[in-house]
Design a protein around this ligand. Sequence first.
Ligand code: ZN
Length: 92
Amino acid sequence: MLTRFLLWAVFLLLVGRAIRRFFAGLTEGASPRPRPQRPSGPPEKGELMIRDPVCGTFVLPSRAASMRDRSGTHYFCSDTCRQAYIKAPRTA
Ligand SMILES: [Zn+2]
């Protein structure tokens, strides 16, 4: 009983997948979509933007200038902002 049900489930799954693939092939054949060109250094998807405490710009930590102090790691849009923060951290 149970094995029969499982066989049916697998069968339906396979058929459903085949049908979906068939239609996907049809639509793709009609309009081949160009692959999006990725820039050389794409930001990680889902990477959180962090606010530059000096100028308020949001930056990606992987690309930003960073600095650690007692309150944690800070990220800056440029070395100029980092220097400004080092000189006057209270403006954060
Ligand atoms: Zn900045």
